[in-house]
Design a protein around this ligand. Structure first.
Ligand SMILES: *[C@@H]1O[C@H](CO)[C@@H](O)[C@H](O)[C@H]1NC(C)=O
Ligand SMILES: *[C@@H]1O[C@H](CO)[C@@H](O)[C@H](O)[C@H]1NC(C)=O
Ligand SMILES: *[C@@H]1O[C@H](CO)[C@@H](O)[C@H](O)[C@H]1NC(C)=O
Length: 355
């Protein structure tokens, strides 16, 4: 009898325990789903000069070291809706495969995603611009780009080789002026192939030359930006010309082939660690927030889903002005992406940094 009662009690508590576990599992599933949903709904956008909305965080796709199709699947799942691509990254066809599939399955609608791509240096000759854009569209399996940039101001010799070099292994320049390239970009907007145009890796003088002739002015500038290269001047210049700045390598590009060593990698800088402790956030989250809180769009690259999620979970804090200032003051002109291969090109944007 006593044994029987104990048995029943145990049965009941096992049932209760399993109910409890089930209940907890449901709560957990709901909360993860909610986080993802919340991310999608709350990713703020910034309004470009032509009234197009650009999500303030996007996924960089250079050197993913992983099947780019799968990276896009994960990124969409995490909530990324802005993708930063380029012909020279040589993975647009893989990215396009994911877009095509997700669009066909109605997981996303075309207007839900913001896609940037970039005209490579060997296609600056005005007669090649339209074809280069169409190739990118074909590769990405979409009918228009949201944003098309001139990747670098330097034109390289036209042809099949993306990095044309002579017998001394020196790059071969093309005499095309990026101002003429810009004039060939503008009709792409008229014809609906892209919604807005911008520049990447241009310096102030070069942007001014474009602004002087532009019928459709650049709405955005993409540049390397992190505390070692705070870009305050270029940001102010852009603001005064209605251009949004997009920061690439916000974490200091740990895998960049170009090295200009700071004392510490940015992610390990003691100041960055101190600030991340203070906010109870990871250094990467602080560095990404550093861009957002200064009004920039930011495009960290990550191929790993956990990193993506962490790099995307930024909406519950912002940096105080004195912490932003402390990060600004870490600047020593530490540029990783110096494009040393093109040293000596008359349109090299950072020529004065080689000395
Ligand atoms: C990349 O992943 C996609 C989808 O998962 C697959 O179809 C494709 O074959 C993969 N590509 C390579 C090169 O492994
Ligand atoms: C963010 O992504 C970068 C690059 O993949 C990674 O190094 C970093 O650890 C990620 N996130 C966080 C929060 O650390
Ligand atoms: C950015 O860094 C430069 C040094 O490269 C420094 O002079 C400037 O004060 C910094 N910007 C801000 C806003 O602190």
């Amino acid at each position: 009898m006593a044994f029987g009662r104990r048995g029943r009690k145990t049965m009941i508590s096992i049932i209760e325990l399993s109910d409890l576990l089930l209940f907890l599992a449901i709560i957990w599933i709901m909360s993860t789903e909610n986080t993802l949903l919340k991310n999608v709904k709350t990713v703020p956008t910034i309004l470009l000069s032509n009234a197009l909305s650009m999500p303030i965080i996007g996924l960089g796709t250079w050197r993913l070291n992983r099947n780019a199709t799968d990276v896009i699947y994960d990124a969409i799942d995490v909530g990324y809706r802005h993708f930063d691509c380029a012909h020279i990254y040589r993975n647009e066809p893989e990215i396009g495969k994911a877009f095509k599939d997700l669009l066909q399955k109605h997981v996303i609608k075309r207007e839900d995603i913001f896609v940037t791509s970039k005209l490579w240096n060997t296609f600056h000759e005005p007669s090649l611009v339209r074809n280069a854009c169409e190739t990118t569209l074909k590769n990405l399996c979409i009918e228009y780009l949201d944003n098309y940039l001139i990747h670098w101001p330097m034109a390289y010799k036209e042809g099949d080789e993306l990095y044309p070099k002579d017998e001394n292994n020196k790059f071969i320049a093309s005499p095309v002026d990026y101002v003429d390239t810009w004039k060939a970009m503008e009709p792409l907007v008229d014809e609906g192939l892209c919604r807005t145009l911008g520049l990447s890796n241009f310096n102030v003088q070069q942007i001014e030359r474009i602004l002087k002739v532009a019928r459709i002015p650049p709405s955005n500038l993409q540049i390397e930006c992190h505390p070692y290269l705070n870009q305050t001047n270029l940001m102010e210049f852009c603001r005064s010309h209605n251009m949004v700045v997009t920061a690439y390598s916000p974490l200091g590009s740990p895998t960049s082939p170009y090295k200009k060593p700071g004392k510490y990698p940015i992610l390990q800088n003691p100041k960055v660690l101190e600030i991340s402790d203070k906010y109870k956030k990871t250094p990467a989250q602080v560095l990404i927030r550093y861009q957002i809180d200064r009004g920039n769009v930011v495009i960290p690259r990550s191929a790993n889903k956990d990193h993506m999620l962490e790099n995307f979970s930024l909406w519950d804090f912002s940096l105080k002005a004195d912490d932003i200032q402390a990060l600004n003051e870490l600047c020593f002109g530490g540029r990783y992406m110096i494009m040393a291969d093109a040293q000596g090109h008359p349109h090299h944007p950072f020529a004065d940094e080689f000395s």
